[in-house]
Design a binder for this molecule. Structure first.
Ligand SMILES: Cc1cc2nc3c(=O)[nH]c(=O)nc-3n(C[C@H](O)[C@H](O)[C@H](O)COP(=O)(O)OP(=O)(O)OC[C@H]3O[C@@H](n4cnc5c(N)ncnc54)[C@H](O)[C@@H]3O)c2cc1C
Length: 369
C-alpha cells in the first residue's frame, strides 16, 4: 500500500471561533505555493497525538475562500461522550487545541474528498450544517458569494448549533449572505441562552426540521449539501426527502461520532445484524490482530479506540473517511475471528467483511489490510 504524500505546514495564525472551535491558518513550512482545492475538500493531518505519542490521522475541512494566502481549518475540541464522561477527550482535537501555537508545524496531506460544490449546473444551492459541520459549507458559501453577478446562483446557508457560545462563523456567514443579492442565511439554536436571543445571534430556535426547510425554501429544484453528525444528517436527509428533493441532489459529508447535536436528534433504530448480535458483549483486555496483506501483527489493548486506529499505529494507511461507520470507505475483508461495533454501521457490512473504523476485536482476528 502506498504511503500518502505528507507536507509540512507552519501555523501562521490561530483564532478562537467559539468556546469549543478554534481555527488554524496554515502556510507551507518549506515555502512554495499552496495546493489548489475545491470548496468542500479536507486535509488529512498526521498528529503525534496518540497515548504514547503515536500518530493518528484526522480529517479537517478547509473553510477558507479559494485563493487565500493560507489554508484555514477549524477544529472543535471534542470532549468525552456525554454518556461516558470518564473517557478521555478526543486525542487529535485536544492535541491541536492544547499543543499547537503560532509557529508550530503540522503534517498534512490533501486536499482530498469528493464532497465538492458542483459547478456544472446552475441550480440554486442549499447548504445545511450541524455544529462544526459548517466548515466545508463555509468554503462553498465563499465560492458562491464570489460568483460573477451575471451567472450567480441563489444560495441558502442554514446552520444549526446548540447555543451561541459554541456557534462559530455566525458573523462571517451573515457578512457573506449580505455581500450580494440572492444569498441568505438562517441560524437556528437548539438551546439559546437569554443573551443569544437578546443579541439576535440566532434567527429561530429548535432543530432543523421539515417545517423550517419548508418555510425558508420556495419550491424549486435545489442542489443540497449537508454536513454534520450522523444523527443530524439522518434527520435532515429524511426531511429533505419528505419535501420531494431527489436523493441524487443531496450531497453529504459525515464528520464523526460525537457532537452535541447528535443528542438533539431522535436516533434512528439501529440495524441488527446476526453476526453482530452473536458477538460477545465484552471486549478482551488484549488479543492478537493479524493484518494479512501487510504481514503485520499487533497486540490489541483495552483503551485502543478502533481497529482502524490500531492499523494506523503499526503504520498501515487504510482507506477511511468518516471514522463513524457511515461512509463505508474502510470496508475490509474479515479473514478470521469476530468483531464488535461500538458505533453501529449505517449499513451492516456483509458477512466476511467489516468496517475497521468503528469496530473492536471480540477475540483474536485476522483482517485483510
Ligand atoms: C471528511 C471529514 C472532515 C472533517 N472535518 C472536520 C472539521 O472541519 N472540523 C472538525 O472539528 N472536525 C472535522 N472532522 C472530524 C475530525 O476528523 C475528528 O474526527 C474529530 O476532530 C475528533 O477527533 P479526535 O481525535 O479529537 O477524537 P477521537 O480521539 O477520535 O475521539 C472521538 C470521541 O471518542 C471518545 N473516546 C475516546 N476514547 C474512547 C474510548 N476508549 N471508547 C469510546 N469513546 C472514546 C472521545 O472522548 C471523543 O468524544 C472531519 C471528519 C471527516 C471524516
Amino acid at each position: 500500500m502506498n504511503s500518502l504524500p505528507f507536507r509540512r505546514y507552519r501555523v501562521s495564525a490561530i483564532h478562537e471561533e467559539s468556546s469549543t472551535i478554534r481555527s488554524f491558518e496554515l502556510v507551507p513550512a518549506e515555502g512554495g505555493s499552496l495546493p489548489a482545492f475545491a470548496p468542500g475538500q479536507f486535509l488529512v493531518l498526521r498528529l503525534p497525538a496518540g497515548q504514547n505519542g503515536e500518530f493518528v490521522m484526522r480529517n479537517y475541512s478547509l473553510c477558507c475562500p479559494q485563493g487565500s494566502d493560507s489554508l484555514r481549518i477549524a477544529v472543535k475540541h471534542e470532549g468525552p461522550p456525554s454518556d461516558a464522561p470518564h473517557l478521555p477527550p478526543g486525542c487529535g482535537s485536544s492535541w491541536l487545541h492544547e499543543r499547537v501555537t503560532i509557529g508550530s508545524t503540522l503534517e498534512a496531506t490533501g486536499p482530498r474528498g469528493d464532497f465538492i460544490l458542483q459547478s456544472d449546473n446552475r441550480r440554486p444551492v442549499v447548504l445545511i450544517a450541524g455544529g462544526v459541520g459548517a466548515t466545508p459549507l463555509l468554503a462553498m458559501f465563499h465560492a458562491l458569494a464570489s460568483e460573477p453577478e451575471a451567472t450567480a446562483r441563489k444560495a441558502w446557508f442554514i446552520h444549526a448549533a446548540e447555543t451561541g457560545s459554541v456557534h462559530a462563523f455566525g458573523g462571517e456567514v451573515r457578512r457573506l449572505a449580505a455581500s450580494r443579492s440572492g444569498l441568505s442565511c438562517h441560524i437556528r439554536y437548539r438551546s439559546p441562552a437569554p443573551e443569544d436571543l437578546e443579541a439576535g445571534r440566532c434567527d429561530s430556535t429548535g432543530t432543523v426540521d421539515r417545517a423550517l426547510l419548508q418555510s425558508l425554501l420556495p419550491l424549486d429544484d435545489y442542489e443540497v449539501y449537508l454536513c454534520g453528525p450522523p444523527a443530524f444528517m439522518k434527520a435532515v436527509h429524511a426531511a429533505l426527502r419528505g419535501l420531494g428533493i431527489e436523493r441524487a441532489r443531496i450531497h453529504t459529508e459525515f464528520f464523526g461520532p460525537t457532537t452535541l447535536l447528535e443528542e438533539a436528534e431522535e436516533k434512528a433504530p439501529a440495524p441488527v445484524d446476526a453476526a453482530l448480535a452473536s458477538a460477545p458483549e465484552t471486549e478482551p483486555e488484549s488479543c492478537q490482530v493479524r493484518f494479512t496483506r501487510s504481514g503485520k501483527t499487533a497486540l490489541w489493548q483495552e483503551g485502543t479506540h478502533s481497529l482502524l486506529d490500531l492499523a494506523e499505529q503499526v503504520g498501515i494507511n487504510a482507506n477511511f473517511s468518516c471514522r463513524a461507520g457511515v461512509c463505508g470507505m474502510c470496508l475490509t475483508r474479515l479473514v478470521k475471528g469476530e468483531v464488535r461495533y461500538f458505533e453501529e454501521p449505517l449499513e451492516p457490512p456483509e458477512a466476511g467483511t467489516l468496517l475497521v473504523c468503528c469496530s473492536r476485536p471480540a477475540g483474536p482476528v485476522e483482517i485483510e489490510l
